[in-house]
Design a protein around this ligand. Structure first.
Ligand code: HEM
Length: 547
């Protein structure tokens, strides 16, 4: 069953910007029934015949680093180029590009929280929130990460050699961590099921469905009173809002106002949460709803993203040449020696593990597209495109920056589809893109190779002013969790890696879970022998520039 329907009803191409090529979603390869379901449900993923980012990748390889994507009455400018991405994310002011349709979709859940926030709200809130992620707090979070990873590790012990869905386990542990870190609230989802946890997941699924829908069905008149999923959504949101309101009220009732500097030094082991910090912070506006909005935003932003990084890293490591996994295991078990979990310095010492995690985010960026809307007309630099004379962006244009395409571009990476954590130790450059400075490992500052070191070819946490505030938090959390598990377990696929599959919402999920068998290793087992696998990768490539 294939059809040209979308192009025939599509006004998209007429909204396109000459001379940018236009890709029209026109060939549908699913069943007739699922097509009807996709149209009626307004579901882009169903219409695209699979995850949208895969379709964008197909068009990227066909049309190049900038093209219009048109379907029905909509058109998007899809960008997969580091020079253009840097221009939009970093060089232009936050007033010039806003979150556009992402903000419209997320507003009912996150309100004016930091992710969807309009430029004016964002400026005030970003200034309030960034200090809460100070270094001392991040260090203190290591204890929380390890304690929660230990609970997971002990739980796996009861399932030794049995099949476990590790994606579900990672989602649970990251939910428990973010609950404690943001509100000092214990979801306890690793060890028990609860109506609240179920409500959180249903809200997340609804947010994801909205973000891949082209019909704002949730805005239909009184949808929350008659539309099945929307009635449930309203009920779930009410439950979560009530819990959040109680937590905020409790924190406000015990407020001890102080300056940021004083708060950074304050002993807070009974409640180290971001909520406590923000409520106690002098000058914080406690009467408005922005505090609720920001806390809800961080609960959602900091949960499945980290779970996805852990899931795909374990998937790729378990699927890779055995030497790679052994290198990482050996590093973890050597650094930890007889300890159960790492401290901050151990994480710094576990470079192979950190590169394995960040390589997971290269292949599976969360989210796989960044969404923007041009608030004023702009002119994009040429980057790697063949279009001369600058590319005009009309006011109101909706833009997708495809991190999936950037991270897998054949122009920017050696063997882009290959999971290879050693690549982060080799510089690369492509002279065909003169305005792109390439990747320089010497420019890494902090725990991971970031957008600065890659000159915006790699955007694991975005870039520019709207960059993720939780990047260090997430890296340390993922490293603590993975190190704790790898220290005690080997993992084996149940069935074939091909069974895992992929689907997307706001983050990339597996289709069928990450089904693995954990096998407990003994502290007396010899260290895995990797036979110099890591170094050999460099020798194979002559330590030369790639790309
Ligand atoms: C923004 C990714 C973890 C809070 C972002 C953005 C990305 C991202 C790509 C930029 C979005 C854009 O430009 O449109 C990730 C990934 C994570 C992660 C991959 C884990 C592996 C976290 C955590 C938190 C968090 C743990 C909070 C505790 C936020 C917030 C923003 C954001 C508040 C909005 C920043 C702003 O607009 O000023 N994240 N994130 N994220 N992230 Fe994360």
């Amino acid at each position: 069953f294939s059809m040209q329907i979308l192009s025939s009803i599509g006004l998209g191409p007429f909204l396109g910007m000459d001379p940018v090529p236009t890709a029209i979603i026109q060939k549908y390869e699913g069943s007739f029934l699922s097509f009807i379901k996709g149209v009626l449900g307004g579901d882009l993923q169903t219409l695209a015949g699979g995850p949208l980012f895969l379709l964008l990748n197909k068009y990227f390889l066909e049309y190049g680093p900038i093209f219009n994507l048109a379907f029905g009455p909509k058109a998007f400018l899809v960008i997969s180029d580091p020079v253009m991405a840097k221009h939009i994310l970093r060089d232009r002011t936050t007033d010039q590009y806003c979150k556009g349709m992402l903000a419209e979709i997320l507003e009912p859940i996150m309100g004016k929280g930091l992710i969807p926030a309009d430029p004016i709200t964002w400026r005030v809130r970003r200034r309030a929130i960034v200090p809460a992620f100070h270094k001392k707090w991040l260090n203190s979070m290591v204890g929380l990460f390890n304690a929660r990873a230990q609970i997971l590790s002990r739980d796996l012990e009861t399932k030794n050699n049995q099949v476990v869905d590790m994606e579900e386990r990672f989602c649970s542990v990251t939910l428990d961590i973010i609950g404690k870190a943001v509100f000092n609230y214990d979801f306890g989802s690793v060890t028990k099921e609860s109506p609240i946890v179920k409500a959180v997941y249903r809200v997340l699924r609804e947010a994801e469905h909205r973000s891949s829908s082209f019909i704002p069905y949730w805005n239909l008149p009184y949808a929350d009173q008659w539309m099945g999923g929307q009635v449930e959504f309203r009920r779930d949101m009410t439950m979560l809002d009530d819990i959040l309101a109680d937590l905020i009220n409790d924190a406000v009732a015990t407020r001890r106002e102080a300056s940021v500097e004083e708060l950074e030094e304050r002993e807070n082991s009974d409640d180290p949460s971001l909520l406590r910090f923000l409520v106690d912070m002098r000058g914080e506006d406690l009467s408005s709803s922005v505090l609720r909005d920001d806390l809800m935003t961080m609960l959602i932003a900091g949960h499945e993203t980290t779970a996805a990084m852990l899931t795909w890293t374990l998937f790729e490591l378990s699927n890779a040449e055995p030497g790679m996994l052994k290198e990482v295991q050996k590093e973890v078990r050597t650094v930890l020696a007889d300890k159960e979990s790492p401290d901050y310095d151990d994480i710094v010492a576990m470079k192979k593990l950190r590169y394995a995690l960040i390589e997971g985010l290269r292949l599976y960026p969360e989210p796989p597209v960044l969404i923007r809307r041009a608030r004023t007309e702009d002119c994009l630099p040429q980057g790697s495109s063949d279009i001369r004379g600058g590319i005009k962006v009309l006011r109101g244009s909706d833009i997708f920056i495809s991190t999936w395409n950037l991270h897998r571009s054949p122009d920017l990476w050696e063997n882009p589809e290959k999971y290879d954590p050693t690549r982060w130790e080799r510089p690369f450059k492509n002279d065909k893109i003169p305005d792109w400075n390439g990747y320089n490992p010497d420019k890494i500052s902090g725990l991971y190779p970031n957008e600065q070191a890659t000159d915006f070819a790699f955007l694991p946490f975005g870039g520019g002013s709207r960059k993720c505030v939780g990047d260090q938090f997430a890296m340390i959390e993922a490293a603590c969790t993975m190190a704790t598990l790898m220290n005690r377990y080997d993992f084996e696929f149940e069935g074939s890696p091909d069974d895992v599959g992929m689907q997307t919402g706001a983050t990339i999920h597996t289709m069928n879970g990450l089904r693995m068998r954990p096998r407990k290793v003994s502290v007396n087992d010899p260290l895995p022998s990797a036979d110099g696998w890591w170094e050999k990768q460099h020798l194979k490539r002559g330590l030369s520039a790639n790309g």
